[in-house]
Design a protein around this ligand. Sequence first.
Ligand code: SAM
Length: 210
Amino acid sequence: MSVPEGFFARHTRLVRPPLVPEVALHLADDVSALWQAMEDDGGGAGDASPFWAAAWVGGQGLARHVLDHPDLVAGKTVLDLGCGSGLVGIAAALAGARRVLASDVDPYALAVVPLNAAASGATGVEPVGDVLDADLPEVEVVLAGDVFYDLRMADRVRPWLFTAWVRGAVVLVGDPGRSQLPEGLREVAGYDVPDSGVDAARRTTVWRLP
Ligand SMILES: C[S@@+](CC[C@H](N)C(=O)[O-])C[C@H]1O[C@@H](n2cnc3c(N)ncnc32)[C@H](O)[C@@H]1O
């Protein structure tokens, strides 16, 4: 499936998420209208929800944390797991990461990440597909914004993040406190994500393994 030329210009608008105004993203106000556009004007909606069309609160908190603590990623190779719009990986690139792999299974996400990186003035962000079933890529930092949003994904992500950590990667997770979040994480920061006009203000936390 390929995303038609101009799809994002026609069906999204460039938005700076309230907690992370450094980053500009092609987002949608009306997800059901976007879903229809993916059927009519895109390559089909497929099985995936258009998660890439929102800046999730867990991702916003993690992106803010990385921008405020550039030493976490500066000069390093970083993986943004479940990148969606690319928000977290783009923040890492702006904070000085040497190379960012932005991983998602959704072809729309993989297509929008380079546009969002360019709109944000970020370089070195490379979209990559599913890494959960592949060998662990050679990365020093894994950033995971809002990846515990459903049970199936959480069950795949939990052991994968643990393996990355055992192999020496720094693992940071942004999450508003979902029930699927693993136990034993260390809380490193908390943020109130301002009301976006769609979602009310919400508290989110940055966690570190272990
Ligand atoms: C809730 S969204 C979070 C997006 C972004 N990190 C943020 O915080 O705004 C989760 C993303 O994980 C992606 N995803 C689902 N399964 C995946 C997999 N096996 N590998 C990588 N990404 C996956 C979804 O397509 C979706 O874009």
